[in-house]
Design a protein around this ligand. Structure first.
Ligand SMILES: Cc1ncc(C[n+]2csc(CCOP(=O)(O)OP(=O)(O)O)c2C)c(N)n1
Ligand SMILES: [Mg+2]
Length: 912
């Protein structure tokens, strides 16, 4: 028996008795350095024999045993996550293409043309309007194989797939919809001209702008892939909770290779494998380029991504080379071609495409005589046309088929493509991303290459072309989509049939805490518990929390509805004997995300758009540290608004002085400024639990019952105080942003005090001090939303501006203040910019106290003194202002400052 074969048969017994094998393998000690080629050949031959005679699994066992053995012997084994730089699927395992390749190529050519023409034409007549032609040109085959064979719209009782398109490929998606007859020529001609009276097309996938078409905003890089992962997870959540049926539908996410540099793209890969999301397929369009130049000029982005995805547990399918390469690989007995493919870096691959066949022969194949000989029968033109895998429908089809059939985890397809494919001189050039127009010559060349049947003259104008309805191309295209359930993308919203519980059902929250000191956060948690118990909408509530459940006192909710865990609870929690143990369940309701606000926001997005995507009106409540919300993941909130998301963002531990102790990086004084920038976000800063109840009830009614596309940001604090009962008739004011909470008890008020959140209590204390010590009467108002008041005032003002002949309307803030006199001191735990939003309408009256500047570690008393938002500062501000107005004695005011402990020379917190 040859030596190698002996190793094979001996190690084959490794699974039976490891120790025995260990001893015997010692007869053939592995050497870390192999010193002769002959020796290597012997080992390889032995291995080949094992695989041939006993199968691949046996070969794998053998390698495993060798690795273990090597580790035990102290041999360091290099971590190797890369496979050879060839297609993952060998030719021998490919299935034939099921479609009509010729017709599909015709259709794809027409789409290519129209996508390019749409952008070209628009930039010719409106220079600078922008658009992209080279992203789609690299993606066309990847999308078309999907559209013709894989992307399911609704079919039978199966709901459809979800597709996250690369944002910059939108012209191609529009061009297909144009051929399908779903978009009119007028619409396509109005690409990027949305404001001209005629229906136009938005630049990118924006559901807000084209709500019947797009579902997933993707164009801010990184948001698409992250949202896609959490979408796939949320789909499983709905299935495991029996809210929707389990189906074989898929989520396809098309991602740019440059886009993978965004941490959001790669940050949650392990969630997808941990959760075994075999409903998720990523297709990374590896055209090796981004906006400025190569993604990894000096290396290989595909290898880097393969290692990252494999390391994260994904099934990786590389589609690198088109079918033309197959014959070359068949000739490559020595492995020299593979060696050359592996040593060339992406910057070189880019040059090969730019510089053509002669260059490829000289620089790529010419490096080794043996390799050069391999292509001696091929012309330069043939070398140039050697296609990359992502442009070969046969290879792409096989990859997609395997991805769709893969079970047990997510798949990524790394598809090698050429940026600007088919655009002649713009192909693969560094500047191709920004290319918007083609020269006349390039246009006519494009027309000839893709055989577009339009006159040369029309080609130069970038005319659109749609073949007759009864043409074989359109008939085929329609037939394919019919078989796959219909056209995509499409977005539709059903009748939601949601009945918001009436406010009376929240009697407990409205009744106050009967003197018990509680926080608004605790009040919210009670409200949430109650909602979760609700007989009809309880199951639709989705509590989301990024590892802060205990901070917000949500342990009871964990006990009540459990944490969603796709595998159930595989361990006995150590606190199982306790009432509030850490309960994980396969059908748990809470999404406990761990420490990822971005991931939580992605879940919030999946849940908040479920009313359209899954036709179930899920109501998410995402509770988080307010400092780590809009500031950290504001772009995702913006995308949520674009996606017409609904739900409640609950900003806990809010306020710069209310979150005591934590200091600069925790204390939030500006999320309300940031939230005010999102058009569909309605922000509230409530002081009392009944205010939260009123806002939440009305929010549910407006979003899910009345069908308004809006969402809420509500701050919640952790300061405990007695929650009063709701004053009669306060609802309207709470919702619109202001109501008088406690009028002056003693007499006509000469000053108005505005307070929000816990600072309302400071205003109330100030009211007492002013009256008792200084004989100044004041009214106290709870301002639940400066943002809402400002929006109302702006809308009213605009109406007045546009209707000069009609009776002037008055903004709500002014009607609310009718009859209230004197200066207004507005105190907030947020920046002064928040109350200052009202300045234009209460000009001359407003004195703002807010928490501009960096936070500090201290208790509330000292923090409020530092930021000048305590009762004493409110009193001082009122007296100061009254004194300036000649309504209060100046000397008395100065003395009052001393009595109040207000230091006129203290450093300004805004710059401290
Ligand atoms: C967050 C974000 N940053 C920057 C951009 C601007 N931008 C648009 S496309 C692009 C390059 C995209 O390259 P890649 O992801 O490789 O896609 P390709 O067009 O090459 O397919 C950049 C930087 C953006 N859209 N989003
Ligand atoms: Mg790219």
């Amino acid at each position: 028996m040859r030596r190698g074969a002996a190793i094979g048969s001996q190690i084959a017994e490794v699974n039976v008795a490891t120790q025995e094998v260990n001893n015997r393998v010692l007869e053939f000690p592995l050497k870390p350095e192999v010193d002769s080629e002959e020796e290597v050949a012997e080992w390889l031959e032995a291995f080949d024999q094992v695989v041939e005679n006993e199968g691949a699994t046996r070969g794998c066992d053998l390698l495993q045993a060798l690795i273990e053995r090597a580790r035990k012997s102290g041999v360091e084994i290099p971590v190797q996550l890369n496979t050879p730089y060839v297609n993952t699927i060998p030719v021998s395992e490919e299935v034939p293409y099921p479609g009509d390749r010729l017709l599909e190529r015709r259709i794809k050519s027409l789409i290519r043309w129209n996508a390019m023409a749409m952008v070209h034409r628009q930039n010719k007549q409106d220079p600078g309007i922008g658009g992209h032609i080279s992203t789609y040109s690299s993606l066309a085959t990847l999308l078309e194989v999907g559209f013709n064979h894989f992307f399911h719209a609704e079919y039978g009782d199966q709901p459809g797939d979800f597709i996250y398109f690369q944002g910059h490929s939108s012209p191609g998606v529009y061009a297909r919809a144009f051929l399908e007859g779903r978009l009119s020529e007028e619409q396509v001609k109005n690409f990027r001209h949305e404001l001209r009276g005629a229906p136009g097309l938005p630049s990118y996938p924006h559901p807000w702008l084209l709500p019947d078409f797009w579902s997933f905003p993707t164009v801010s890089m990184g948001i698409g892939p992250l949202n896609a992962i959490y979408q796939a997870r949320f789909m499983r959540y709905l299935e495991n909770r029996a809210i929707i049926a389990q189906t074989p539908r898929k989520i396809w996410a098309f991602v740019g290779d440059g886009e993978t540099d965004e941490p959001e793209s790669m940050g949650s890969l392990t969630l997808a494998s941990r959760e075994k999301l075999d409903n998720l397929i990523f297709v990374v369009n590896c055209n090796l380029q981004r906006l400025d130049g190569p993604v990894r000029g000096n290396g290989k982005i595909i290898n880097e991504l393969e290692a990252a995805f494999r390391g994260a547990g994904w099934n990786v399918i590389k589609v690198l080379w088109g079918s033309d390469w197959d014959k070359l690989f068949a000739r490559d007995k020595s492995g020299i071609l593979l060696k050359r493919l592996e040593e060339a870096v992406d910057g070189e691959y880019q040059s090969y495409k730019v510089k053509g066949g002669e260059y490829i022969r000289r620089e790529f194949f010419g490096k080794y005589p043996e390799l050069l000989a391999m292509v001696s029968d091929m012309s330069d033109d043939e070398l140039h046309r050697l296609a990359r895998g992502g442009h070969d429908p046969q290879k792409v089809y096989n990859a997609y088929k395997r991805a769709v059939e893969h079970c047990g985890g997510p798949t990524v397809i790394l598809a090698h493509t050429v940026k600007g494919y088919g655009l002649g001189s713009a192909e693969a050039r560094n500047a191709t991303h920004q290319e918007k127009k083609l020269a006349d010559k390039a246009l006519t060349a494009f027309r000839s290459r893709f055989e577009i049947p339009i006159p040369e003259e029309a080609a130069r104008d970038g005319s659109l072309y749609r073949p007759p309805d009864d043409s074989p191309e359109l008939a085929y295209l329609r037939q394919r989509r019919k078989e796959l359930g219909g056209y995509m993308p499409t977005r539709s919203v059903p009748e939601l049939g949601f009945q918001a519980p009436p406010l009376s059902e929240f009697a407990e929250s409205l009744a106050g805490s009967k003197g018990r000191a509680v926080s608004t956060t605790m009040g919210f948690v009670s409200l949430l518990r109650q909602l979760l118990k609700h007989p009809t909408i309880g199951k639709l509530i989705v509590p989301i929390v990024p590892d802060e459940g205990r901070t917000f006192g949500m342990e009871s909710i964990i006990r009540q509805v459990g944490i969603y865990a796709s595998q159930g609870q595989l361990y006995k929690p150590h606190d199982q004997d306790m009432l509030l143990y850490y309960r994980e369940e396969k059908n748990g309701q809470i999404l406990e995300e761990g420490i990822t606000e971005a991931g939580s926001m992605a879940s919030f997005t999946a849940a908040g758009t479920a009313y359209a995507n899954y036709k179930v009106p899920m109501v998410p409540f995402f509770t988080y540290y307010s400092m780590f919300g809009f500031q950290r993941i504001g772009d995702m909130m913006w995308a949520f608004a674009d996606a017409r998301g609904k739900g409640f963002l609950m900003g806990g531990t809010a306020g710069k002085t209310t979150l005591a102790g934590e200091g600069l990086q925790h204390q939030d004084g500006h999320s309300l400024v940031l939230s005010s920038t999102v058009p569909t976000c309605h922000s509230y800063d409530p002081a009392y639990v009944y205010e939260i109840a009123v806002i939440a009830q009305d929010g549910m009614r407006r979003m899910y019952q009345a069908g308004e596309d809006r969402f809420y940001y509500i701050t919640m604090y952790n300061e405990d105080y007695a929650m009063p009962e709701m004053p009669a008739g306060a609802e309207e004011g709470i919702l619109r942003g202001i109501y008088k909470y406690r009028p002056s008890a003693q007499g006509q008020a000469v000053v108005q005090l505005f307070g929000s959140g816990p600072i309302l209590n400071e205003a109330l204390r100030a009211q007492n001090i002013l009256a008792e010590k200084y004989g100044v009467h004041s009214d106290v108002w709870s301002v639940t939303s400066y943002n809402e008041l400002r929006r109302d005032a702006l809308a009213t003002e605009r109406w007045n501006r546009l209707h000069p002949a009609e009776a002037e309307k008055r903004p709500y803030i002014l009607t609310a203040l009718d009859g209230s006199e004197g200066p207004i001191v507005a105190a907030t735990d947020y920046m002064k910019a928040v109350p200052d939003q009202l300045s234009p309408w209460i000009q001359g009256r407003l004195v703002t106290l807010g928490t501009d500047g960096f936070g500090r570690s201290d208790n509330r008393e000292y923090l409020r003194r530092h930021f000048e938002v305590n009762a004493e500062s409110i009193v001082a501000a009122a007296l100061s202002r009254l004194a300036r107005d000649g309504k209060f004695d100046v000397q008395r005011a100065r003395k009052a400052f001393e009595e109040l402990g207000v230091d006129s020379e203290k450093i300004d917190a805004a710059i401290a």
